[in-house]
Design a protein around this ligand. Sequence first.
Ligand code: SAM
Length: 238
Amino acid sequence: MTIPRRSGVPISANAGRPVMNAEWSAFLREYLRHPLRTAAILPSSPGVARNMAAAVPAEGDPVVVEIGPGTGAFTGEIQRRLGGRGRQIAVELNDRFAAQLRTRFPGVDVVTGDGVRLRQILDGRGLDYADVIISGLPHALFSQSLQRRFMDAFRRSLAPDGTLVAHAYVHAAWWPPARHFRRLLETGFGKLAVDNVHWTNIPPVFVYRASRMYQPHREYSDAGATVSGRSERANAER
Ligand SMILES: C[S@@+](CC[C@H](N)C(=O)[O-])C[C@H]1O[C@@H](n2cnc3c(N)ncnc32)[C@H](O)[C@@H]1O
């Protein structure tokens, strides 16, 4: 891929932003090592990062968890919005990315591990819930069973009035695994919004914003999944 130059500064084709060569090449290198779990060849653009981080409340001391931060495209924006408030946790499976994040964001609690263990990660820190979960994971590349495990972890970890944000690739939106993930969001949460497409991101993405309109309960399992748009509690009351 040709990296265009402006004023002698290499810029990413991803939204034309100035990019640190080190970040870009680290991402590409990890993509070549782990293509399925890294999924993209470039970090997300600043526009996507702003959209994802917009879920961080402007007030209070929220617990914000990011799953799959990679080189930190969203991490910096989340940190900026928090401005020292609350708690910021980033869970990254790739130990090289995790090590880089610790150096770059010393104020962030970086966990090297599997985001599917989010409930245990919060328990280990004495935290009841996350107010915001921002997923940078390539959910459409996951098997249906792994998608369900993640949904289970998200539902058991998100505060009753919390928000889950996830991005999805436009080119893959009609793939059966991508549709399966969307169905899980629709049935697992009371409310699902889909944001506009970020066409300048490579690859283009759109953003899901899911919130729950009911009390969570930690024993959720697939067997307890709800019909579209209806809350678990409403089902239990029927
Ligand atoms: C598509 S990249 C997104 C990186 C970054 N959020 C961005 O948008 O630039 C997906 C990231 O999720 C990480 N990842 C994949 N599976 C994971 C898992 N089970 N738990 C935590 N992180 C995971 C990958 O290592 C990679 O950093």
